[in-house]
Design a protein around this ligand. Sequence first.
Ligand code: SAM
Length: 298
Amino acid sequence: MMADDNNVMYLGNPTNTIKILEKYGFSFQKKYGQNFLIDSNIIKKIVQESGVKKEDFVLEIGPGIGTMTQILCENAREVVAVEIDKKLIPILTQDTLSFYDNVTIINEDILKLDINKLILEHNEGKPIKVVANLPYYITTPIIMGLFESHVPLESITIMVQKEVADRMQVGPGTKDYGALSLAVQYYANPQIVLTVPASCFMPRPNVDSAVIKLTCHHKPPVSVKNEKFMFDIIRASFNQRRKTMTNSVVNANLGITKEQLLTALEQCGLKSTVRGEALTLQQFAQLSNELSSMLSNL
Ligand code: SAM
């Protein structure tokens, strides 16, 4: 599985990255969120934090020129790397990853790929590890897509905008707390493992970055009668986060009347003036279960 070290040109530094970019006349595409890692220590640390082992199957989203893919190939049983930019494919297949026999490159938009089918074919449908330096313009759709399509997952270790990592990790009563925090915490246990300065990328992004590890729950930490309905309530609460829930949720066309909401809030021991930003995941689950029981069609 491991390439002959003598033949590998590791890319985790500015010199070798520039060499490859010039060799192929590659220019960065802003629309694809291309900021390549150029620091081998950071790459090693991400792979180490991901806990990838020799028996693991890894899905990498957006390999770029293959900088982190090289290290993933050396640590995992098998790697599938999904890259949208067709100009990067020959660089990966004919050059930077050509020494590795345990990698498959797929030229596709990750948001359009049937990942469940991929896992069935490559990992007998068993939980996988996802490792990626994500394109920041689609961080949330990628993460929510993985969770909501019930892809079998062990963990997701990803580089994201620092601000987004903070939002995933925080609890109630903070300004960053919102629908993303609750969604991520319903499916996983988030932990920021590394902050990464802009100088570790080429070109430099104009935001700070962080690596967050989402260790997926075997079973959600709360019991919910209707998952979609709970997330509809959560989204409604934060769409108008400065309003009380009796306004934001009732205004959201979910078929919930003010009286029903007031009764449900009371049953949960919550005040009628409460705002969504004060509720824990447990409280949202309880509230949504109370409302589900009241509404005959749920
Ligand atoms: N992994 C490389 C690294 O760390 O140097 C590149 C990371 S760069 C931040 C994001 C990568 O995701 C780019 O290579 C970009 O072309 C790719 N990408 C962007 N949108 C994508 C999509 N929808 N599906 C798959 N790959 C995508």
